[in-house]
Design a protein around this ligand. Structure first.
Ligand code: FAD
Length: 477
């Protein structure tokens, strides 16, 4: 028996469901990663994720080779149906094993690969790996999928047994040597620029390991630190969860053990991992909500359009709104491909409820820029902020960007990291510099309109317009 393991969002060897299954069932196991042209070709040529993937593949190859001399990762660049079927035929495997990817485009791709393999008399087998509970594994007592987080979380925790978090064993004896393995292309060879990655995020399983070590020291304080972007509060593991360079079962196990030991920080962090699964199962049950409002009434909202709206959108993307916390956050995103969760909420709310722009515009920008971009989580986050989601911020609740700034970056430390021109402003001026007298600002080396823009919109006026704009949803459910 020969098998081919097709790696996708599971770039590790330990506790990897499809790899584990193949190694226990077959005598000869080959490994492949496909640089999928259907995904890559439409991307901008400078994309941090491509560099993250390629570097993680190098590490994955080294790990496989260390398990068995001559073994390693085969990398192909092309279209999934043709490449996977051709490689399966070349290696003459009976089955291709992979892990579930429930994004609508991935499901469609897998269906075509399954058909192509079936035409050759081979199988495509797929396993749960990316989440602890998937699809319909957590349902309400009446058997329907949850659309509200807290009851979902409670049901998730009730359903959890030690077996759900047990790692998949790794028995490497069946890993097969292959002369095809080990040629990992450089970004330029597949048409991408070798952009730099933020050093602190690390790549591959070893990068994830370092972040986890660091976070384990801080996990018990997570509940108190996580909302303050100037602090090292969260784990920064999102990119590793996205590409599977760390196992979700392992993270959930660590958090769950500490939670049972009474650590509040671990309990809150586990709750975030459950949010991730909440949005994954929502995508499975409501794939239509990946491109339209989860609550259809919200698609009747009339967003700003035309050149004026385009200009507002450009100012938001480039961090030129005149609201320092929003601008610092947008610059963090451009500079690093990461944005703190509190700031994702603030900037997303600002786009829909201060600028009156369609949440899908913001969703698309985040999808292009975020290293950790994940369709289910990003769409969930945007629909939360725009109030069109299933368990969302109520439509009439509108974040005040200045109050958020005073509350979560009181000293302006985060703001000043990304907006050095505001570095001399005292805490009382840094959240809303336009409220100071021009002479006062000038004495601190700042001229509004020259060094930093005046506010793009007046929040109070924008708030009133938003309440009118959203009135269309009042009558609908
Ligand atoms: P931690 O606070 O350490 O959380 C641990 C893990 O839990 C994260 O790595 C992530 O996998 C998961 N998680 C945390 N919060 C959420 C959440 N609200 N929804 C789903 N999963 C969560 N997260 C993404 O992974 N990809 C996205 O594309 C994404 N887009 C977002 C867009 C908006 C508008 C908003 C409001 C949130 C978005 N999030 C997204 C969720 C959250 O902001 C990030 O997961 C988090 O900031 C990542 O940083 P961390 O790993 O340090 O998080």
């Amino acid at each position: 028996e020969r098998a081919l393991v097709w790696f996708r969002r599971d770039l590790r060897v330990d506790d990897q469901a499809a790899l584990s299954r193949a190694l226990s069932a077959a005598q000869q196991v080959f490994c492949v990663f496909l640089l999928d042209r259907d995904i890559l070709d439409p991307l901008p040529r400078a994309d941090r994720r491509v560099v993250f993937i390629l570097r993680s593949l190098e590490e994955l190859h080294r790990q496989l080779a260390a398990l068995r001399p001559g073994a390693g990762l085969i990398v192909r660049h092309g279209q999934a149906q043709a490449e996977i079927a051709a490689l399966a035929a070349q290696l003459d495997v009976q089955a291709v094993l992979t892990n579930h990817d429930d994004e609508p485009a991935a499901l469609a791709r897998d269906a075509t690969v399954r058909d192509a393999l079936a035409a050759q008399g081979r199988q495509l087998l797929s396993f749960k790996d990316h989440v602890v509970f998937e699809r319909s594994e957590v349902l309400s007592a009446s058997g329907s999928p949850y659309t509200v987080f807290t009851p979902y979380k409670n049901a998730w925790l009730r359903r959890l047994t030690p077996a759900d978090l047990r790692p998949h064993p790794l028995q490497p004896q069946a890993l097969a040597a292959s002369p095809l393995a080990g040629r990992i292309p450089a970004p330029a060879e597949i048409g991408f620029e070798p952009v730099a990655l933020p050093a602190q995020l690390g790549v591959g399983s070893s990068g994830a390991e370092q972040l986890l070590d660091d976070f384990l020291e801080r996990m018990d304080r997570y509940d108190r630190a996580r909302d303050y972007p100037a602090l090292k509060g969260p784990s920064y593991l999102s990119v590793h969860l996205r590409f599977g360079t760390i196992s979700i079962r392992r993270l959930a196990r660590l958090a769950h053990e500490r939670m049972l030991g009474g650590l509040r920080g671990a309990e809150v962090w586990l709750g975030e991992l459950i949010w991730r699964e909440f949005y994954q199962q929502l995508m499975h049950h409501h794939p239509q909500a990946m491109s339209a409002a989860f609550r259809p009434a919200y698609d009747a909202i009339e967003w700003e359009r035309g050149p004026g709206a385009e200009a507002l959108f450009a100012a938001w993307r480039e961090g030129r709104t005149g609201y320092p916390l929003v601008d610092a956050a947008m610059r963090q995103l451009l500079a690093s491909g990461y944005m703190h969760n509190r700031l994702r909420m603030v900037t997303a709310s600002f786009l829909c409820k201060d600028l009156g722009l369609d949440w899908r515009w913001g969703e698309r920008h985040f999808a292009e820029q975020l290293l950790d971009f994940d369709l289910a989580a990003n769409n969930g986050g945007w629909q939360w902020a725009s109030s069109s989601g299933c368990d969302a911020q109520p439509w009439f609740r509108i974040f005040n960007p200045v109050t958020q700034s005073e509350k979560f970056d009181a000293e302006g430390l985060f703001i000043k990291r990304y907006l050095p021109q505001l570095s001399k402003l005292p805490a009382k001026l840094v959240h809303a510099p336009w409220r100071a007298r021009p002479e006062e600002l000038q004495a601190l080396g700042l001229v509004l309109g020259r060094d930093y823009p005046p506010p793009l919109v007046d929040h109070e006026a924008a708030r009133r317009r938003t309440l009118e704009r959203y009135a269309v949803v009042k009558t609908a459910r």
